[in-house]
Design a protein around this ligand. Structure first.
Ligand SMILES: [Ca+2]
Ligand SMILES: [Ca+2]
Length: 193
């Protein structure tokens, strides 16, 4: 009888430990990105550790402005909105470059690759294509010795862009061929599903 009690007790302990571990694992998976490698053995951004360290402390460092490049952020997000940088010299939405920095209504920075209305670009060119397009009419079929010294920097940039275009175009031509092949095969196989 005692051995049965012992087995039941072991089962309860094991079940309890298993449940606890499962709950811990679920929590770890849910907010793993907030954790710290040293403290939690999870490769997160140490946000929890940061909050525990700064609790009750006033930062002595001066204000830091972080620039975000090459990605989009939600300006109206409740956590980000109070921290978004504002260009105080620019009056928003009056279609005038009030601070005369070359950008109209750049209240929160500038979207260099977006549409004029602030939308996303679906198709974009690589920088070397833009350079060829901009400088092509001036430097196409021109030799370096015939270029004015003030234009040499742009000419060399144009030549580098041409080289990139020739190298990368080989890849993209092959890639396009495989894409055309995939599309042709897809048409044949889709009816077999
Ligand atoms: Ca401006
Ligand atoms: Ca303005």
């Amino acid at each position: 009888m005692n051995s049965i009690k012992y087995i039941i007790l072991l089962f309860i302990i094991n079940f309890s430990l298993y449940s606890q571990k499962t709950t811990e694992e679920k929590t770890t998976l849910k907010d793993w990105y907030k954790k710290d490698l040293e403290q939690d053995k999870v490769l997160g951004i140490s946000l929890n550790k940061f909050h525990s360290l700064k609790k009750g402390k006033t930062p002595k460092t001066k204000k830091v402005i972080v620039a975000v490049l090459d990605t989009q952020i939600e300006l109206s997000h409740e956590d980000l909105k109070p921290a978004i940088w504002i260009n105080k010299k620019e009056i928003p939405n009056n279609r005038i470059d009030d601070d005369k920095n070359g950008y109209i209504d750049d209240v929160n920075g500038w979207d260099f690759l977006g549409t004029q209305k602030g939308g996303y670009m679906v198709y974009e060119n690589y920088e070397y294509v833009r350079i060829i397009r901009e400088q092509g009419s001036k430097f196409q079929n021109i030799k370096r010795k015939d270029v004015q010294s003030s234009d040499l920097e742009n000419y060399d940039e144009y030549q580098r862009a041409l080289k990139s275009y020739e190298e990368k175009n080989k890849f993209y031509k092959n890639w396009r061929k495989s894409l055309v092949f995939d599309i042709s095969v897809y048409k044949k196989v889709k009816d077999t599903w």
